[in-house]
Design a binder for this molecule. Structure first.
Ligand SMILES: [Zn+2]
Ligand SMILES: [Zn+2]
Length: 424
């Protein structure tokens, strides 16, 4: 029918009619597939694959969805593990697939308090292939935040992600409705205040998103033991060893031994401030509410990725990673001797009196900017996002050289009360 459709005039009644039959059949086929996936036969099969180690047949427990997903390690973004996820009406099983199709339960997540986020980074998640010639693999991300642990999952199709998100939301809604009476007090408390620290597993900040400790801004150096990366088990931030010397018992993992926490969390729990010589650490220079543009560039000389923020002080602040608060260095645009822009390669050449810089916008470029109607509108009508971004940067840099803010930025800034944006 698809082929038939191709040969019909798109404006004809015949096309319209065929299209609607095609869509309807598609919907029915989709529904049948969905039904099959949660049939008793499938449940029996899963029970067997789980080696009868899990009580699949239990009152109030229904199979809702299952399938393969990939799990991203917060340690290294490139570390991806295959998992098999089974969604029941009262819990989620995250399993690894062993030999002979056996499933080993890695973690059972209770349905209580589960939330799900669709990770919208403006671009799909890409993983570079081991073959440099091959295109990176594209994935769609979603996050499951359970009390016991938070997971970042990847699937290969957007429609697949939609299904997972839909199913999990459905189950959590049903679960919450069923348990409304008993959960009432709990949910009201949750709405009124942030969840108490330590009562649920935090989402770990990805190592690749920081090049500095999120507590003291000191640069991580992989060779020096002292500035290794650690994750605070309470807030999930990535911090250095000297900012995470303490351990605490946390509610969500109190059956385990004491766990590592950062100094900030330690102080807020115990009320004991930790003495520290703060003056030696670099200061925060990333000011989200004063940021005109923020995005990733490739340094042409070193080939490394850098994050650049053009801020209201008309300087380019160059950061080592996306979530860094302190910069590596900055370029004062009004002092530049020359600024060259090569549209074709999307390359910027900046000449300072003593130094030259060269940055290019990669094919992976993601711009994270304070939300602006102007940019949203332009993006809708543009054929090439990268060209649009490159021109936007070029224009804003040119204006900054004569200490001028772009019109669209002023409009946006003045139309929002706080000026605080969703730059992340
Ligand atoms: Zn630190
Ligand atoms: Zn912390």
């Amino acid at each position: 029918m698809k082929t038939y459709l191709k040969y019909l005039d798109e404006n004809s009644a015949e096309h319209k009619h065929t299209r609607s039959i095609h869509d309807e059949l598609d919907r029915i086929a989709g529904r049948c597939e969905e039904e099959l996936l949660i049939s008793p036969t499938q449940l029996n099969e899963l029970k067997e694959r789980l080696d009868n180690k899990f009580e699949c047949f239990k009152e109030q427990r229904k199979l809702m969805w299952h399938g393969q997903v990939k799990k991203v390690s917060p340690r290294r973004h490139a570390d991806i593990a295959q998992r098999y996820m089974i969604l029941f009406s009262d819990c989620i099983l995250v399993c690894s697939e062993e030999s002979g199709r056996k499933l080993e339960i890695k973690r059972e997540l209770s349905m209580r308090g589960i939330t799900i986020d669709v990770v919208q980074t403006g671009r799909p998640f890409t993983v570079p292939s081991s073959d440099p010639q091959a295109n990176p693999t594209t994935y769609y991300q979603f996050r499951v935040n359970a009390v016991e642990k938070s997971y970042e999952f990847l699937v290969e199709k957007e429609s697949e992600r939609e299904l997972w998100v839909k199913k999990i939301r459905q189950v959590t809604d049903d679960y919450n409705n069923r348990n409304q009476a008993t959960e009432m007090r709990h949910s009201i408390r949750q709405q009124l205040e942030e969840p108490q620290p330590g009562t649920r597993a935090p989402i770990w900040v990805n190592d690749v998103d920081v090049s500095r400790c999120q507590n003291c801004n000191n640069r991580f150096r992989t060779t020096i033991i002292l500035s290794r990366r650690h994750h605070c088990r309470c807030c999930g931030r990535c911090v250095c060893g000297s900012c995470s010397t303490k351990k605490l018992t946390l509610e969500y993992c109190k059956t385990e031994a004491d766990v590592r926490v950062c100094d900030t969390c330690y102080t807020s729990f115990t009320g004991h401030p930790l003495a520290k010589n703060s003056s030696i650490w670099p200061k925060t220079t990333r000011h989200v509410d004063q940021t005109i543009l923020f995005g990733d560039f490739r340094s042409v000389s070193s080939g490394t990725l850098v994050w650049i923020a053009l801020q209201e002080d008309f300087q380019l602040h160059v950061f080592g990673a996306k979530l860094d608060e302190a910069e590596d260095y900055c370029i004062i645009l009004s002092d530049l001797l020359d600024l060259q822009f090569e549209a074709e390669t999307r390359k910027f050449e900046l000449k300072e009196t003593t130094k030259n810089h060269s940055f290019a916008i990669d094919s992976n470029h993601q711009i994270t900017y304070p939300k602006s109607d102007f940019i949203d509108e332009q993006l809708k009508t543009t054929d090439s996002k990268l060209t649009f971004y490159a021109n936007l940067w070029h224009e804003a840099m040119q204006l900054a050289r004569s200490t001028t803010l772009p019109d669209w930025y002023i409009r946006k800034r003045d139309s929002t009360d706080s000026g605080v944006s969703n730059v992340g």
